[in-house]
Design a protein. Structure first.
Length: 292
C-alpha cells in the first residue's frame, strides 16, 4: 500500500466534530445575555436618582475608598449623559420590574437543568481547581508556559461559572429584599437590612459587569472554534494521529465522555509499516535461483 492511500476502515480522521455544549445550555446562555443587559441598564437608570445622604453625593451613592478617603465614586457625569439616564427613574423601574421575572425564570430553569442533567459536575470546582486557576491565570499573563490538564472546563472556568450561578441567586434575593422589604422583611433582615441589601445588590451588579468583560476577552483569546461551539454546540478537535472508531462509538451518552475516550485512546498507525529489507541469506538464495 502506498503512503498516499486512504486510511484503513475502522479509524477516525485526525479532525473530528465533537459535541461540547447541550442545546439547553446554549439557549439559556443566549437568553440570559439580553436579559442581564436590560437589567443592568434599567438598574442604572434607577441608581441615578438616588443619593444617600440626601443631596450630598447626587447620583454617586457608592464609592471605593478607605475611611474618609475616597478613590472614586460611581459614576462620572459623562457616563450618565451617554446613557441618557437623567430623570429616567420611572422608565428604569418599569423595565427592571418587568425583565426581572424573565431573568429569574431563566436562572431557575438553568439551575434545575444543571441538577437534573448532571452538567453541574462539569462546572463545580474540584480539589485542584484553585491551583489550576492560578496556573491558567499565569499562562494567560504569559508568566507560565503551558496549561494544566483539563476536561470540558479548566479550573478558572469552573470557579468563575459556579460563582456566576451563586451571584445570580444573590441578585435575585437582594433584589427581592429591596423590591418588597415589608412583605419579605425576614429576607431583608437576613441580608443585613434594607440599606445593606441595596449595597450588596449594587456590588453584585458590578461583579457581573467585570465578569462580562473578562468573559468576552477570554472568548476572543480562545478563538472562533470555541465561540462557534456555543452557537452550534460542536467544536472541531484535532488529533496528531487517527483514532479507532470503536473507542468513540461505544459511548454515546454525553459529549464529555466521548471526548475523553478519543483523547485517551491509544494511537494507531494510519498506514502499514514499509516492508522489511531482505536478509543476506535471502539475497543469496535469490541470486542462486536466478543463475540456475
Amino acid at each position: 500500500m502506498s503512503p498516499e492511500a486512504d486510511p484503513p476502515e475502522g479509524e477516525l480522521p485526525t479532525v473530528v466534530l465533537a459535541l461540547k455544549h447541550p442545546r439547553a445550555i446554549r439557549w439559556m446562555h443566549w437568553i440570559n445575555f439580553p436579559l442581564l443587559t436590560l437589567m443592568i441598564w434599567s438598574g442604572l437608570l434607577i441608581y441615578w436618582g438616588d443619593s444617600i445622604p440626601p443631596y450630598q453625593h447626587a447620583h454617586q451613592v457608592y464609592r471605593v475608598g478607605i475611611g474618609s478617603w475616597t478613590l472614586f465614586r460611581f459614576f462620572p457625569d459623562w457616563f450618565w449623559k451617554l446613557l441618557s439616564a437623567p430623570y429616567q427613574i420611572t422608565t428604569g423601574l418599569a423595565w427592571h420590574f418587568l425583565i426581572m421575572w424573565f431573568f429569574a425564570l431563566n436562572g431557575i430553569a438553568y439551575a434545575i437543568y444543571l441538577a437534573v442533567s448532571g452538567e453541574w459536575r462539569t462546572l463545580w470546582p474540584q480539589k485542584r481547581s484553585f491551583r489550576d486557576a492560578i496556573d491558567v491565570t499565569l499562562a494567560d499573563l504569559h508568566l507560565r508556559k503551558g496549561l494544566p490538564p483539563q476536561s470540558k472546563y479548566n479550573g478558572a472556568q469552573r470557579i468563575a461559572y459556579t460563582a456566576i450561578v451563586l451571584m445570580g441567586a444573590g441578585s435575585l434575593m437582594t433584589g427581592l429584599a429591596i423590591y418588597k422589604p415589608a412583605q419579605t422583611h425576614w429576607l431583608t433582615t437576613l441580608l443585613g437590612g434594607y440599606e445593606t441589601a441595596r449595597w450588596e445588590h449594587f456590588w453584585l451588579t458590578i461583579f457581573f459587569c467585570l465578569f462580562f468583560v473578562l468573559h468576552v476577552v477570554q472568548v476572543a483569546m480562545a478563538g472562533w472554534n470555541n465561540f462557534r461551539s456555543m452557537i452550534s454546540g460542536y467544536e472541531i478537535q484535532r488529533h496528531e494521529v487517527a483514532m479507532p472508531i470503536e473507542s468513540v462509538s461505544a459511548q454515546q451518552a454525553t459529549s464529555e465522555v466521548e471526548t475523553q475516550l478519543v483523547a485517551a485512546a491509544s494511537p494507531v498507525e494510519v498506514f502499514p509499516p514499509p516492508e522489511e529489507a531482505p536478509t543476506k541469506e535471502a539475497v543469496g538464495e535469490g541470486a542462486a535461483h536466478e543463475s540456475a
